[in-house]
Design a protein around this ligand. Structure first.
Ligand SMILES: C[S@@+](CC[C@H](N)C(=O)[O-])C[C@H]1O[C@@H](n2cnc3c(N)ncnc32)[C@H](O)[C@@H]1O
Length: 285
């Protein structure tokens, strides 16, 4: 790891994190779509606008945004993971979408065009900065005066059953690592209303609003799919991987996890409660 900004997260998203995400692209897209829709709806998007998508993942949201702004509009995405950029470019080419561009860059330091975007969007892509105020100042500079920011991020971990219940299973077999602090990069770094508002305020944003959004999070169409997600990604997967659990331990966790998942298996797949925050703000005119 280097002392570059966000080196740890760059390593994760260019390593197993990115690989595991891309290999589950369709599942994650279906599960996360309702969350992203909240942030899109807050964008007051119009044809012809320029939109920036931060941490675009496999590109589905950026491609959807490109459809909303139409041929006279333009969407640009930045993501720190090479694997994500490749997946997104492939998807845009397959779909024949030409008004979207994808760049491999760190949103905290990328030299965005200044005063260029009507709307900055993100679905779970802005919680991984080691210096969020610097990152959001950089994003702020990219917005046109009067431009909007809307993103969805996770609410506190204890409001997310899909995190807590699987971790309880893991804890029966491994000692859990101390979770990252609120001021450290990770899925819950912007999960407290006062923290996220403070960061945006310090970055210069006006009209900051934070609204809870709760829904069922579909972990998989069936128990096998949900199990694979929880064993390899999600905080439970990270705990297992970081502990370098051996095969026998993983197998025992898997048996207990599958048993726990049975009571969450329903008509729409295997799902658990999830809580997110819809965060909106504006650059002053
Ligand atoms: C949880 S995933 C969400 C991906 C996508 N937006 C979605 O909802 O499917 C987080 C994404 O943020 C990207 N990311 C993390 N840190 C970043 C940074 N500093 N700059 C740009 N992208 C970053 C990761 O590579 C990853 O694609």
């Amino acid at each position: 790891m280097t002392d570059q900004p966000n080196a740890g997260m760059a390593e994760f998203w260019n390593g197993n994190g990115g690989k595991n995400w891309v290999s589950r692209e369709a599942r994650l897209e279906a599960s996360l779509k309702p969350f992203g829709q909240q942030a899109m709806a807050a964008g007051a998007i119009e044809a012809g606008q320029r939109i920036l998508d931060i941490g675009f993942g496999c590109g589905e949201s950026a491609i959807e945004l490109a459809g909303k702004v139409g041929s006279k509009g333009q969407v640009h995405g930045v993501d720190i993971s090479v694997a994500m950029v490749e997946a997104a470019e492939k998807k845009a080419a397959t779909k024949g979408v030409t008004n979207v561009t994808f760049e491999c860059a760190d949103a905290q330091t990328s030299a965005f065009a200044a005063n260029a975007y009507d709307f900055v969007f993100s679905r779970f892509g802005v919680m991984f900065f080691d210096d969020p105020i610097t990152a959001f100042k950089n994003i702020y500079a990219a917005l046109k005066p009067g431009g909007r920011l809307a993103f969805i991020c996770w609410a506190p971990r204890d409001q997310n059953a899909w995190v807590g219940l699987p971790l309880q299973v893991v804890a029966k077999h491994l000692s859990l690592p101390t979770p990252p602090g609120i001021d450290e990069p990770g899925p819950f770094s912007l999960s407290e209303e006062s923290r996220v508002s403070g960061v945006l305020n310090a970055a210069g944003f006006a009209d900051i609003a934070v609204k809870p959004y709760e829904t069922a999070f579909v972990l998989g169409d069936n128990i096998d799919e949900a199990l694979s997600f929880l064993m390899q990604l999600a905080p439970s997967g990270s705990a297992i991987n970081n502990a370098e659990a051996d095969e026998a331990t993983r197998a025992r966790i898997g048996v207990d996890m599958a048993a726990m998942l049975k009571s969450h298996d329903g008509d729409k797949g295997v799902s658990m409660g999830a809580a997110a925050l819809l965060v909106t703000a504006r650059k002053e005119n």
